[in-house]
Ligand binder design. Structure first.
Ligand SMILES: *Cc1c(COP(=O)(O)O)cnc(C)c1O
Length: 383
């Protein structure tokens, strides 16, 4: 079966009633015949039928052994970190998602330290490995400058150094439509399903998919012990949203490529740099070509007048692109990282990772692309 068929067919109709839409099992507990004799469900923190259907769905999409659904992307990342112990070390991509950076910082006091490095050139990786290295954290493409790293090469190099190193890919930006990290050698894939998977900006959700039984059992234990599970209604919203994942991501990628080309042609006018992995002048375009099926719906660009004021003028002048954080939904969004998503990052660190004062990030939605280009054009003409 092709992937687009698989996603639809893996959402089974309800065996009890034939309901074609997944029932929302809004229950905390389950009646037992005798102590310990039940239908596989005893308490919703441990197991819930609606959650199980979502977990099966993402397992199929990411080619894993099994999956777990959490109350947010960050709670799923937190569960992965709990696989580590005192004195273990993480190697992470340098322009990691801000919330993940904050969480890694929190683990410092438990004796788990993180080293950050540019992974777009995997040659340098060898310099960072040590006996303490237990986990590699990859994001590709990254936020907001869309750096692309070669997942397969990083996996091969890391496993060669130590076959027991765990490789985790945060696949939120790409979605399973664009790349499948487990197929490229990763052990664990996480998603902030809040973004592309649920896809309608109406739910917070996190998903972990693992490669083997042992990882699944360890993470299942952590999830049951800590309790950050996804609620039944939110599981339903994520299942419902995921059914159109391929339609959305393909359209968003197609729209984004056209918009990125439009911005690229407007360079020298008011635009300085355009960041989009689908452009042949993007620094990691060749890796993206090799690794990704599509180039995704996120674009960033900076202005020749590199000031917060000029960027603010643009982000408050678009009408279709709504000014908001987050990404991956049906509606196009615009945001100003320096004063929004990355405002807590010190300005020198921010600038070093390419987040200029005027950098603007777009999350391209499923609207008509000409309308979106006209909207950006009218805003840019106000400069
Ligand atoms: C949003 C996001 C997260 C965090 O997910 P939440 O659902 O907001 O907790 C993690 N990683 C990436 C890349 C994200 O974009």
């Amino acid at each position: 079966m092709k992937e687009e068929t698989k996603i639809i067919q893996s959402i089974l109709s309800d065996p009890l009633t034939g309901a074609i839409s997944t029932p929302i099992y809004q229950t905390s507990t389950y009646v037992q015949e005798a102590p310990g004799i039940h239908k596989g469900f005893d308490y919703t923190r441990t197991n819930n039928p609606t959650r199980k259907i979502l977990e099966k769905l993402i397992t199929k999409l990411e080619y894993g052994y099994n999956s777990l659904a959490f109350s947010s992307g960050l709670s799923s990342i937190d569960a992965v970190l709990k696989l580590l112990k005192y004195d273990d070390e993480i190697l992470a991509i340098d322009d990691i998602y801000g919330g993940t950076f904050r969480l890694f910082n929190l683990y410092k006091k438990l004796g788990i330290n993180t080293k950050y490095l540019d992974m777009t050139n995997s040659e340098k990786l060898n310099l960072f490995f040590s006996k303490k290295t237990k986990l590699i954290w990859i994001e590709t493409p990254t936020n907001p400058t869309l750096k692309v790293s070669d997942i397969k090469e990083i996996c091969e190099k890391s496993k060669k150094f130590n076959p027991n190193i765990l490789i985790v890919v945060d696949n939120t930006f790409a979605s399973p439509v664009i790349q499948n990290p487990i197929k490229l050698g990763a052990d664990i894939v996480i998603h902030s399903a809040t973004k592309y998977l649920a896809g309608h900006s109406d739910v917070l959700a996190g998903l972990i998919t693992v490669k083997n039984k042992e990882l699944y059992e360890n993470l299942k234990y952590i999830q049951n012990a800590t309790g950050g599970v996804l609620a039944p209604m939110d599981c339903w919203l994520t299942i419902r949203g995921s059914q159109t994942l391929f339609l959305r991501v393909k359209k968003q990628s197609k729209n984004a490529l056209k918009i990125a080309s439009f911005l690229n042609e407007n360079k020298n006018n008011s635009i300085d740099k355009v960041y989009y992995p689908g452009l042949s002048n993007h620094k990691n375009h060749l890796i993206a070509l090799k690794q990704q099926k599509y180039f995704g719906g996120i674009i960033s660009f900076s202005l020749i007048n590199d000031t917060v004021e000029h960027a603010k003028k643009i982000v408050t002048s678009t009408k279709l692109f709504k000014l908001a954080e987050s990404l991956g939904g049906t509606k196009s969004l615009i945001c100003h990282p320096a004063t929004m998503t990355h405002k807590s990052t010190p300005s020198n660190i921010r600038k070093k990772s390419g987040i200029q004062d005027s950098l603007i990030r777009l999350s391209v939605g499923i609207e008509d692309v000409e309308d979106l280009i006209n909207d950006l054009n009218q805003a840019l003409s106000l400069l």
